[in-house]
Design a protein. Sequence first.
Length: 269
Amino acid sequence: MAAGVPAGKGIRDVFYETRVLMGRDFTVRRFAEEVLGGSVDPVMLGYIEKGKRFPSEALVRRLAAIRKQDAHELLALLWRDRIVYAFGKELRRVLHAPKGVAGVEDAELAVVVSQAIAALPDDGGWIATARWREQFRAAPKRGAKKRAVSGVLAQEVESTLRERGLIEVRAGKVRRRGRHFVATDVRERQALALEFCTLFAKGLLDKLALPDADTGTYVRNHYLHLDRARLAEFQKRLDDSLRQLAEEFATDASAQTDFMNVLVTATPL
């Protein structure tokens, strides 16, 4: 198994994939009773696979043993999911979001938006719309098989990018017209915030819980005294540098590439 904590995968996905890969005959009940040794009720396992409940750490360790995988890799997924869930609960209070708004799942909207923008040529060139849709709907995950984006979510992402003027679609082709997605309503702000929280939590856990694993994560911080009058200049030069770096290294999605999401925060203390 590949090391690391994939940003697009939760602990629920690991439980589901492990059961499914063992064969169609392994129902939730049989998997709970025979493979997990009755350590979890089948109904509870169903809730875990759907993301409605979190498994215990003991159950995660048991699953890791079955998969012959380092338990800390799966525990890092569990810890990240719990952090994001707790953050999401507080975030809904801050944004006064309705209770019906989903929690961790909302982060997927922002992730797919990022994938859709990244799948377009940086130079604004045209590519076939069908090819673009195929690329962002099945973006490769590090150490995992492709997980297709649902048709409904893909349509929502495409419509949103059109409405914001970030893409142009013409005669079966599409091109990039903008680079940054700016959230406007409560759901979009919540989705972006959850995505950022997920990335930050993943980065910390990769470094703290999996220090010896090849996770591909880079975390650094810098301190400086900055003249307030030059704050805007500093931010612009930081953005220009990051954009130049991204354009230099960006390539087409394939089985040999990782979808890299760079989260940068610079804030006065």
